[in-house]
Design a protein around this ligand. Structure first.
Ligand SMILES: CCCCCCCCCCCCCCCCCCCCCCCCCCCC(=O)SCCNC(=O)CCNC(=O)[C@H](O)C(C)(C)COP(=O)(O)OP(=O)(O)OC[C@H]1O[C@@H](n2cnc3c(N)ncnc32)[C@H](O)[C@@H]1OP(=O)(O)O
Ligand SMILES: NC(=O)C1=CN([C@@H]2O[C@H](COP(=O)(O)OP(=O)(O)OC[C@H]3O[C@@H](n4cnc5c(N)ncnc54)[C@H](OP(=O)(O)O)[C@@H]3O)[C@@H](O)[C@H]2O)C=CC1
Length: 448
């Protein structure tokens, strides 16, 4: 019997961000492998035109939950959605809901965040820093709490090249940033953002670093662990290969390449593409939750969920695998035949953008207009180029992440858990297999 799965049986678990990419996979695995868990509380913000229950049913109706529903048809009874907006004071939560959470929660998984690179600093601080701070306050009032697991990102310190499983201080204390958000207006915040974030490339990575500092400074006596995944991609194996439901990271770029829209990117072929399938991040998370609660380490542990430090995959290898996957399963109705090149020079990148991206889009829009249809290609291309420009920072640098804590975690797992739980480290050893599994299933799951 898996000790980790058994550990979560009979537990009351609180997940923030359960409607997001990682949160859904985490919830699925918990329900599938620990069917006797007591309840999963999920904090869900209200959405116009949808009740909380409808949001949950929509998630449970997706392909991701098919396996769980086979083994546990009454799965919806295990999930208790709670209306909460993490941008609001006390999360705008009802008093009774709050009391129930405080009294019952055993484990917290804090996934909610804004992952937008272009988020206004005020919004990013609100969700990635202040909400984390508020959740810590809540956690400190939970008598049954055994572990608090916080999701950060391996890129929270992307201003460094060598990154250890430690918290690095930010130049300005989070408290000062939080205070300043209260009295500065939006325009001034926009003006000073580059000065505040310094050598971080965007407000996302910067506020995730601040969030880690808040955890360290205000975590008190709580049993906390931080998970730092790198670039999270579609599932490798669980619950089936290739599950993904967003276009973040490389997924959108891969589709754009397959459809023939994207034919050139500014990327360094030999730079490391540190991709990690979502199910491996979830496996590490559940193992870290178990270890934190059972072994109660003296200090906060950080776990890197990365692959590059052990057996790095380069963007060029990734590119070749992607192109090979298009040969096996081509996209239908592609704009052009997929082909792509990497360029490291910004001038030649501009040239290729004009020649291979903008010019065909203009020609196609003219064709649409001449045939009485609405032009749309230039709009799409502009969006795509904006996205690429934001990803360039990450495709032209390499980082080295150490992973001693993840290795330690594996050695602490029972032989059965070691057998059934694929963690980062094994994925890195089977790297090529992992990449080909990453690309092909992604194509299959998005067929058409
Ligand atoms: C030597 C041999 C060479 C061989 C050559 C072969 C070459 C082959 C090349 C093949 C390609 C290979 C793959 C390379 C890909 C390179 C990509 C590298 C990615 C690296 C990513 C690193 C990220 C690391 C960061 C850390 C990771 C994290 O911690 S968290 C997750 C990261 N977060 C994100 O990814 C969010 C990023 N997105 C945003 O911030 C915003 O979306 C935006 C600012 C980019 C755009 O905002 P905007 O308001 O304009 O749009 P938005 O409202 O978000 O969306 C509007 C519509 O556009 C759709 N959309 C959004 N994103 C994408 C996308 N990436 N691709 C396509 N479409 C996208 C979105 O769904 C909306 O659609 P509608 O709803 O229909 O309007
Ligand atoms: N995806 C990746 O590549 C990586 C992700 N991470 C980290 O993992 C975590 C999860 O990321 P991921 O699943 O990809 O992100 P998603 O964007 O898919 O999900 C974000 C979640 O946060 C919720 N949320 C956002 N704002 C609020 C709010 N005001 N109140 C309540 N809930 C809110 C969203 O709810 P709603 O559905 O209502 O929008 C959603 O459930 C994040 O902490 C991220 O930093 C780290 C490294 C890589």
């Amino acid at each position: 019997m898996s000790m980790i799965a058994a550990f979560y049986g009979n537990k009351s678990i609180l997940i923030t961000g359960a409607t997001g990419f990682l949160g859904k996979v985490l919830m699925e695995k918990l329900l599938r492998t620990s069917p006797h868990l007591k309840v999963i509380y999920i904090l869900v913000r209200p959405k116009a035109g949808q009740t909380l229950q409808q949001r949950v049913f929509q998630i449970l109706d997706s392909k991701l939950f098919e396996k769980v529903k086979e083994s546990c048809p009454n799965v919806h009874e295990k999930i208790r959605p709670i209306s909460a907006d993490l941008d609001q004071r006390d999360f705008a939560m009802g008093k009774e809901d709050m009391q129930e959470l405080l009294a019952s929660t055993n484990i917290i998984f804090h996934c909610a965040a804004t992952v937008r690179f272009d988020a206004h600093l005020r919004n990013a601080v609100q969700l990635n820093v202040i909400a984390t701070q508020q959740l810590l306050v809540m956690a400190s009032q939970m008598p049954k709490l055994e572990a608090f697991i916080h999701f950060s990102t391996a890129f929270s310190n992307c201003n460094l090249n060598q990154i250890d499983e430690v918290i690095y201080p930010c130049p300005v204390e989070p408290r000062k940033i939080i205070d300043s958000m209260e009295w500065l207006d939006d325009t001034i915040i926009e003006e000073i953002t580059p000065k505040l974030i310094r050598d971080w490339p965007n407000t996302y990575t910067y506020t995730k670093a601040l969030g880690e500092m808040v955890i360290q400074q205000e975590g008190g006596n709580l049993n906390i662990a931080i998970i730092r995944p790198s670039i999270v991609g579609p599932s490798w194996q669980e619950p089936f290969p290739g599950w993904v439901d967003n276009l973040n990271g490389p997924s959108g770029m891969i589709i754009a390449t397959g459809k023939g829209f994207l034919r050139s990117i500014r990327a360094t072929p030999m730079a490391v593409a540190d991709l990690i399938p979502v199910d491996m991040v979830v496996n590490l998370t559940l193992a870290a939750g178990w270890y934190t609660a059972v072994h109660r380490p003296k200090s906060l542990l950080i776990y890197h969920s990365t692959t590059g430090g052990l057996n790095p995959c380069k963007w060029s290898e990734m590119g070749l695998q992607v192109l090979a996957s298009f040969k096996k399963i081509p996209f239908e109705k592609a704009f052009r035949r997929p082909n792509a090149n990497f360029t490291t020079n910004s001038l030649s990148a501009q040239y290729w953008n004009a020649v291979t991206h903008r010019a065909p889009a203009i020609v196609y829009d003219c064709y649409l207009v001449l045939t009485g249809r609405k032009p749309r290609m230039m709009k799409l291309m502009t969006r795509l180029l904006k996205t690429i420009s934001m990803l360039e920072y990450f495709t032209n640098r390499s980082w080295e992440w150490t992973s001693a804590n993840s290795e330690m975690l594996r050695s602490e797992m029972s032989p059965e858990d070691q057998r059934v739980t694929v963690l980062t480290t094994q994925a890195a050893r089977n790297r090529m297999d992992c990449i080909s599994r990453y690309c092909l299933p992604l194509r299959k799951s998005l067929a058409g």
